[in-house]
Design a protein around this ligand. Sequence first.
Ligand code: FAD
Length: 297
Amino acid sequence: MKYDAIVIGGGFAGLSAALYLARARRQVCVIDAGSPRNRFTDASHGFLGQDGRNPRDLIADARRQVEAYPTVRFIQGSADIARGSKDDFTVTLDTGGVLSSRRLVLAFGLTDLLPDLPGLAERWGKTVLACPYCHGYEFADRKLGVLHMGPMSAMQAALIADWGPVTLYLNGDNRPDDDMSALLSSRDVRIEPSQVVGLDGTGTDLSAVLLADGRRISIDALYVAPPSRLNTTIAEQLGCAIETGRYGPIITVNESKMTTVEGVYAAGDIARANNALIPAADGAAAGIALHAGLVFG
Ligand SMILES: Cc1cc2nc3c(=O)[nH]c(=O)nc-3n(C[C@H](O)[C@H](O)[C@H](O)COP(=O)(O)OP(=O)(O)OC[C@H]3O[C@@H](n4cnc5c(N)ncnc54)[C@H](O)[C@@H]3O)c2cc1C
């Protein structure tokens, strides 16, 4: 059978696109590998009406609701290859199966490329945090840090000062310029220039940043804004333009969420780095625009 749309990725963006297409009574196939970006955390915050819920439960509920529509098929697995053009796309699964569709929605998410620092990876999403709006409230007025990852880190430190006392760990020769230094000083951000060699604590709790000179700086939560990469090369395979986003490559889309390849839409973190509510909204926008494209050509 030829689907109206194949959605690659069943996270917030992909499920949202599928929901709108299902409600337009279109034949949709969602392929999902089952590794959403926020799988490292037990509580998702800032999603209106769902604040504080376990993100796995949130996605499971969303999937159940989408799957209940009779025109939706859900495949647990990975899409490896996508080819074709408007009205005639094929997607090859990791099992070797081949599906075809008139349109595609890319919603396969990003992978965060965490720095190789002992003690960091196992605390990601627990006490090593990506975003203050997601988890900052839970660590308000505690001892906070920001690890330098690039020029954005100083801005992040200035922002995070609203949640508690912050130290910016420059991790070597990464001193901000005079204007930024003045802003950080006005926000009472402490600057620690030494090389960071590890993190310490019990379990996933964080108690100390370990410095190369032997000092241990007491801390409760460390913010890291790592670079990221797209989860598959499918956008490149299709010929979609890729641009440089704030943290890594993202897929270029227009206001209808269509990529530079006609009939291929992209939504979620891969098209606009942000939090779960925005991928969900972008997925809905992609679903609506795709449906209109099916009708009006
Ligand atoms: C540690 C952490 C905590 C976070 N906490 C919050 C929070 O509290 N609140 C909030 O709003 N946001 C939070 N976020 C951000 C949030 O996770 C993302 O913005 C959101 O998940 C993006 O949704 P998405 O649908 O674009 O991608 P994802 O949710 O990552 O979903 C993409 C899906 O596509 C699948 N996939 C990948 N490749 C393929 C393929 N080839 N074939 C088929 N499927 C594929 C993946 O397995 C995944 O299931 C957090 C992020 C991190 C890293």
